[in-house]
Design a protein around this ligand. Structure first.
Ligand SMILES: *Cc1c(COP(=O)(O)O)cnc(C)c1O
Length: 376
C-alpha cells in the first residue's frame, strides 16, 4: 500500500559524498592486496603537502592527530591545555589521553571560537598549550590567539577538523602557524572514511608523530614507503596503532580532486541559508566570512524559541538537525565550574543540513519549514 503524505526524501544533516572514482580507487587497493600503510598513504601525504606547502603526517582519525601532536610536544601529566568547552568531545579526549588537563574556556558567541580574554584568565604556570577550535570552519580571532600564545610561551595546536580547505587572512588553514590537525572522518569537508592529519614545520614533532603512529617503532614509516618491514628496531616513546591504511588514503586522494567542487558547493549553500534567514527576527547567524572559509556545518542561534520542539517539527517534515556541541565542562568526566556564556548559548544552537549533495532548493525548503515552525 502506498503511504500518502509520507516524506519520500529525508534531508540529511550531513553525509559522505562518494562517487565512482573513490569506489574504483578502493577496488584498486583491494586488488593489489596491500591494505595497510604503504604507497597510497605516501601519495596522499604528498598531495596534502603540495596543497598546504608543509609536511603532513596522516593518521587514522582526527582525534589521534590531536593526541599525537600533544604528546610530541611533551605535554603530559599535570600540564594544562586551554580549549573551548563548546567543542566535540574529541578535543577534550585527545588532551586527557596525554594525562594533561583540558581547561575549559568560554567562547566568543559571535563566532563560537575561543575567547582569548577568558583563556588569559585561566593561565597558570602549568599551562603548556592552547587549542583553538575552528568551529563550523570559522577561525575567529586566530591572530590574537597566536599573539597570546607567543606572549606566554605556549604552543598552539589548532583543532582544524572543521576547517579543511578554508583560508585565514589569505592563507590556507594548515599552511601557517604552529601545528594544525585535520579530520577526514565520514562527514568532514573531505573524507577517507576515517582519517586525520598533523601539519607542521616542526621537524621534531614530525619525527615523533611518524614513529608514534606506528607503535613507536623508529623509522618504520620510511621502511613501509619502500614496501619493506622493520624486523630489528628500537622504540624510544609511547606509541599507538594510529597509522592510516592504503584503503583510506585511496579515498582521500580522490576526494582531494573534488575539494574545489565540494568547497564551492558548501559556500553556495551556506550563503543561501544566510540570504534566507538574515532578516528572520527569531534567528541570529554566526559571524563568518563565507567567501574564505569552507563551511563545515551551518549553525544558527535561536532567540526565545524551544529548540527541541523545532527539531521535532523539522524531523516530521523530513529534515534532520543537530546540536554542536554539548559543552564538555558539563560532562561528568570533565566537570568544572560554570561558564555562563557557553551555558547560555548552548540551548540556542541548532545545526541545519549542509553537505555538497544538497541543492539550493533543499535549503529553501529547510528555511521555509523552519520559519513556519517558529511562527506557530
Ligand atoms: C571530527 C572532529 C574531531 C575528531 O576527528 P575524528 O576524525 O572524528 O576523530 C575533533 N574535533 C572536532 C571539532 C571535530 O569536529
Amino acid at each position: 500500500m502506498e503511504s500518502v503524505g509520507m516524506m519520500d526524501k529525508v534531508i540529511r544533516l550531513s553525509k559522505s559524498v562518494i562517487g565512482g572514482a573513490e569506489k574504483k580507487a578502493v577496488m584498486g587497493v583491494l586488488d593489489r592486496e596491500y591494505l595497510g600503510m604503504g604507497k597510497e598513504v605516501q601519495e596522499f601525504e604528498n598531495v596534502l603537502h603540495d596543497f598546504l606547502g608543509r609536511p603532513v603526517v596522516c593518521v587514522n582519525t582526527g582525534t589521534a592527530a590531536l593526541h599525537l601532536a600533544l604528546q610530541a610536544l611533551g605535554i603530559g601529566l599535570g600540564d594544562e591545555v586551554l580549549v573551548q568547552s563548546l567543542t566535540y568531545v574529541a578535543s577534550f579526549q585527545a588532551i586527557s589521553a596525554t594525562g594533561a588537563i583540558p581547561v575549559a574556556c568560554e567562547i566568543d558567541p559571535d563566532t563560537v571560537t575561543l575567547d582569548v580574554n577568558d583563556a588569559r584568565k585561566r593561565l597558570t604556570e602549568r599551562t603548556k598549550a592552547v587549542m583553538p577550535v575552528h568551529y563550523a570552519g570559522g577561525m575567529g580571532g586566530l591572530d590574537e590567539i597566536y599573539e597570546f600564545a607567543k606572549d606566554n610561551g605556549l604552543r598552539v595546536i589548532e583543532d582544524a577538523c572543521h576547517a579543511f580547505g578554508g583560508y585565514y587572512n589569505g592563507k590556507k588553514v594548515g599552511s601557517f602557524g604552529d601545528i594544525a590537525c585535520f579530520s577526514f572522518d565520514g562527514i568532514k569537508n573531505i573524507t577517507c572514511g576515517e582519517g586525520g592529519a598533523i601539519v607542521t614545520e616542526d621537524e621534531d614533532v614530525l619525527r615523533k608523530v611518524r614513529d608514534a603512529r606506528l607503535l613507536g617503532v623508529e623509522k618504520d614509516t620510511e621502511k613501509r614507503y619502500k614496501g619493506e618491514r622493520s624486523w630489528e628496531f628500537d622504540v624510544n616513546n609511547q606509541g599507538y596503532r594510529y597509522h592510516m591504511s592504503n584503503i583510506m588514503a585511496a579515498i582521500g586522494i580522490e576526494q582531494m580532486k573534488r575539494l574545489p567542487e565540494f568547497s564551492s558547493q558548501r559556500r553556495k549553500l551556506a550563503k543561501r541559508y544566510f540570504k534566507n534567514l538574515v532578516s528572520c527576527n527569531s534567528i541570529e547567524l554566526l559571524n563568518q566570512d563565507m567567501e574564505t572559509i569552507v563551511p563545515h556545518i551551518f549553525v544558527i542561534k535561536l532567540k526565545n524559541v524551544d529548540r527541541d520542539k523545532i527539531r521535532e517539527q523539522l524531523l516530521a517534515s523530513g529534515i534532520q538537525t543537530g546540536v554542536h556541541y554539548m559543552p564538555n565542562h558539563l560532562l561528568s568526566f570533565y566537570h568544572s565550574s560554570s561558564l555562563p556564556v557557553t551555558e547560555t548559548l548552548f540551548p540556542r544552537l541548532l545545526t541545519l543540513p549542509l553537505h555538497p549533495d544538497l541543492e539550493e532548493d533543499d535549503i529553501d525548503y529547510v528555511c521555509e519549514e523552519l520559519i513556519r515552525c517558529m511562527d506557530v
